[in-house]
Design a protein around this ligand. Structure first.
Ligand code: GDP
Ligand code: ZN
Length: 379
C-alpha cells in the first residue's frame, strides 16, 4: 500500500486536529460532549414566524422545518404565545403526549409545524422534553415549543434514530453478580452512549448477596479510575439501597442493563407501587396503548424522576462514526497522536501506541477488547 493512500483527506485531518486539542479535557466532561455535539446545531439566525408561514405554504419543505426546530431548540422561549406555560413530557402517545406541570398531567397535541415534523421525522418530542404549552379549557393542551435539550439518549431502532429520552441527567448501568454475570462489553457500550448524549454514567452492581460478588467486583475494578463511579447493592437484602436512593434523589435517571439484572426489582424496592410496567412489551410491534416504544417518566416520592423503558432491549449506537470512538475511552487519551500512522484505528496497526499500552498492560485488556468489538460494529 502506498504511503499516499494512508494520508487522510485534508478535511478529516483538520477535524482530527480540532478534536486533539480537546484531548486534555476528560471525555467524561459534559462540556466536551456538548461542544462536540454542538457542531451540527449552528444555524444562521432566522425569524421563526417568517419561516413558519413559508412552511405553511410549502409544507413539504422538511429541510426548512427541521432548521426552524433546531433554531427553536437553540433559542429558548421566544415566539411562544402569551400565556403558554412550561411543562415536561412524561409520555409520548399516539397523536401527542402527556405533559406534566405543577403536578398535573394533561393530554396535549402538537401545534401545526411540530406536528407535521413529528409525522415525518419522529423524535421531535421525547419523554423528558421541556415544552411550552397552552392550556385549553377542556383540560387538554397544545404544545407550542420544544425547549433546548440538555442531554439526549438515542439509539438505533429499525434503521433510524429513536430518541429514547431527553434532558435525563444520568444513565444508571445495572449489572449483576450472577444470573446474568457481568458483561463488561455491554457496560462499555452504554458508557459510550451516555457520554455521547451528555448523560452522567453510573455503574450499579446488584445482587451482591449472591456468591461470586468479589469476582464481579474485580471485573468492574477499572471503572472508578476512569471517572465512572461504581456502586453496589442487593435489592433482595436491601444492602446499599439507601445509597442508591441518594444517587437518584432530585435528579432524572434512566436504568439500562441486561434483562434479569434486577432493574425493576431495585426500583420497586425503593418505591413500592411505582407502577413500573413489567412484563413483555414487544419491540417490533410495540403493542399496548403506546406508539412505537413504551417509554415514560415516573416521579419518585423522595424526589427525582426515573424513565421506565420496559419495551427497550437494545441500545445500539445511532449515527456514531467509528473514528470518534477513541475519544470515548478516557484511558486512550494519553496515547492518541503517538501512533505511527495518522488515522490509526488502534485495532491492528503496527506502531500503534494504544495497542502497545494494551500489550504492556497499561490499558485494561477487557476495555481494549471492548473497544475493538465496538469499532468493528460501527464500521
Ligand atoms: P430486570 O429485567 O433487570 O428488570 O430484572 P428483574 O427486576 O425482573 O429481576 C430479575 C430476577 O432477579 C428476579 O427473579 C428478581 O427476584 C431477581 N433479583 C433482583 N434483585 C436481586 C438481588 O439483589 N439478589 C438476588 N439474589 N436476586 C435478585
Ligand atoms: Zn493507534
Amino acid at each position: 500500500m502506498s504511503k499516499r493512500r494512508k494520508k487522510p483527506e485534508p478535511s478529516r485531518r483538520k477535524l482530527r486536529r480540532t478534536r486533539k486539542t480537546d484531548e486534555h479535557a476528560p471525555t467524561r466532561d459534559k462540556r466536551w460532549n456538548e461542544r462536540y455535539r454542538g457542531g451540527d446545531l449552528e444555524h444562521p439566525a432566522a425569524s421563526f414566524e417568517r419561516i413558519v408561514s413559508r412552511h405553511d405554504r410549502r409544507r413539504s419543505d422538511i429541510q426548512l422545518a427541521r432548521q426552524v426546530l433546531r433554531e427553536q431548540q437553540m433559542g429558548g422561549a421566544g415566539g411562544a404565545p402569551e400565556g403558554a406555560v412550561e411543562g415536561v413530557i412524561v409520555d409520548v402517545i399516539s397523536g401527542g403526549c402527556i405533559v406534566e406541570a405543577d403536578g398535573m398531567r394533561r393530554r396535549a397535541v402538537l401545534r401545526g409545524l411540530l406536528k407535521s415534523l413529528e409525522t415525518q421525522e419522529r423524535n421531535v418530542i421525547a419523554v423528558g422534553d421541556r415544552v411550552l404549552f397552552t392550556r385549553l379549557d377542556d383540560g387538554t393542551g397544545v404544545v407550542e415549543r420544544v425547549l433546548p435539550r440538555t442531554t439526549v439518549l438515542s439509539r438505533r431502532y429499525m434503521e433510524r434514530e429513536h430518541v429514547v429520552a431527553a434532558n435525563i441527567d444520568q444513565l444508571v448501568i445495572v449489572a449483576s453478580v450472577d444470573e446474568p454475570p457481568v458483561r463488561s462489553g455491554l457496560i462499555d457500550r452504554y458508557l459510550v452512549a451516555a457520554e455521547n448524549g451528555g448523560l452522567q454514567p453510573v455503574i450499579l452492581l446488584n445482587k451482591i448477596d449472591l456468591p461470586g460478588a468479589d469476582e464481579a467486583r474485580s471485573k468492574l475494578r477499572q471503572y472508578p479510575g476512569l471517572g465512572y463511579p461504581v456502586q453496589e447493592c442487593s435489592a433482595e437484602s436491601g444492602e446499599g439501597l439507601d445509597a442508591v436512593r441518594d444517587l437518584l434523589r432530585n435528579r432524572s435517571s434512566i436504568f439500562a442493563g441486561q434483562s434479569g439484572v434486577g432493574k425493576s426489582t431495585i426500583l420497586n424496592a425503593l418505591q413500592p407501587g411505582l407502577e413500573l410496567r413489567v412484563g413483555e412489551v414487544s419491540e417490533s410491534t410495540g403493542k399496548g396503548i403506546h406508539t412505537t416504544t413504551s417509554v415514560s417518566l415516573l416521579s419518585l416520592d423522595f424526589g427525582g424522576w426515573v424513565v421506565d423503558t420496559p419495551g427497550i432491549r437494545e441500545f445500539a449506537l445511532w449515527d456514531f462514526p467509528a473514528e470518534d470512538l477513541p475519544f470515548f475511552f478516557p484511558e486512550f487519551e494519553q496515547y492518541l497522536g503517538r501512533c505511527k500512522y495518522r488515522g490509526c484505528t488502534h485495532t491492528h496497526e503496527p506502531g500503534c501506541a494504544v495497542r502497545e499500552a494494551y500489550e504492556s498492560g497499561e490499558i485494561d485488556s477487557d476495555r481494549y477488547e471492548s473497544y475493538c468489538r465496538l469499532f468493528e460494529s460501527l464500521k
